[in-house]
Ligand binder design. Structure first.
Ligand SMILES: C[S@@+](CC[C@H](N)C(=O)[O-])C[C@H]1O[C@@H](n2cnc3c(N)ncnc32)[C@H](O)[C@@H]1O
Length: 261
């Protein structure tokens, strides 16, 4: 072993520390990106689309009791994806037939500025969304005890209100409605203005609810910054064993046919 001339440690130890540092820097970049990274790779990589990510979240939430809540629906693009995915799975999975979808939005746009987007951005007429219950109004007013009583339990929450305060209000209202295996999907979790991440971190500290990160997905910047953003999917850790979502019929049939060959 060669002693390191500078710090008295062995050469091997220095190399392995360098390896560890390199790995953690690479992991940081892989998982969360870095400032200005989007500007370098825009249009040259294909991140999973929002619809891909929502479909996965709906699939994983199938065996979890409760309804689906969306906070920040705007014109209903993501709501329609959730609804269509739920309808598709309901053809094969009875439990999905009982799930309701609630779309919560003021439809008056962002109450404050966010990541270069002005106040009032996303103001729109209330969209027509068949099979979806619209909860119109600012969360601070609309997310009340009456709605909590009606919803009862939440299997999947899609948090897409961008702002720290809005996400915090939604998370606090959600707290008693979450149960074993409930899923939380954030649409702008990192990026140049990680307001949802900040609200989530403080919420975890406040409530002590134990969650695990199931997946993070790269995405284009949510605002005007040249830095990529992340969607993040968390799950509330269950107290007992949690059933995995069973494959839907077509996949099961295919698997059985292959096995019987
Ligand atoms: C990024 S947009 C949602 C986009 C939508 N999920 C989609 O996929 O098209 C954010 C929405 O959050 C809503 N929002 C933000 N803060 C809110 C609050 N405190 N109360 C009600 N709505 C809010 C805005 O009105 C806006 O429509």
């Amino acid at each position: 072993m060669n002693p390191s001339p500078r710090d008295g440690t062995s050469g091997e130890a220095t190399t392995s520390r360098r390896d560890t540092d390199r790995r953690s820097a690479a992991r940081q970049e892989w998982a969360w990106g870095s400032e200005g990274d989007w500007a370098k790779v825009s249009r040259r990589i294909t991140y999973p689309s929002r619809a891909d990510v929502l479909a996965l979240a709906v699939h994983l939430s199938r065996p979890v009791p409760g309804h689906v809540m969306e906070f920040g629906s705007w014109r209903g693009h993501s709501t329609r994806v959730i609804r269509d995915e739920l309808w598709r799975s309901a053809i094969w999975d009875r439990s999905a037939r009982h799930k309701r979808i609630y779309a919560c939005d003021s439809f008056r746009g962002l109450p404050t500025v966010y990541d270069g987007l002005p106040e009032g951005n996303f103001a729109t007429a209330v969209p027509t969304l068949h099979g979806v219950r619209i909860v119109e109004g600012y969360f601070e007013d609309s997310l009340d005890e009456k709605l909590a009583q009606e919803v009862g339990r939440v299997s999947l929450a899609h948090l897409d209100a961008d702002l720290y305060d809005s996400t915090q209000v939604a998370l606090d209202w959600l707290t008693p409605l979450l149960g074993d295996g409930s899923l939380l999907l954030f649409d702008e979790f990192a990026g140049a203005e990680p307001a949802e991440e900040e609200a989530f971190l403080l919420w975890m500290e406040r409530t002590g609810i134990e969650t695990r990160l199931l997946a993070i997905f790269g995405r284009e910047p949510s605002g005007r910054a040249p830095t990529s953003d992340r969607r993040a999917l968390f799950q509330v850790v269950a107290r007992e064993e949690l059933p995995s979502p069973r494959p839907l019929w077509p996949a099961r049939v295919r698997r059985r046919l292959l096995a019987s060959r």
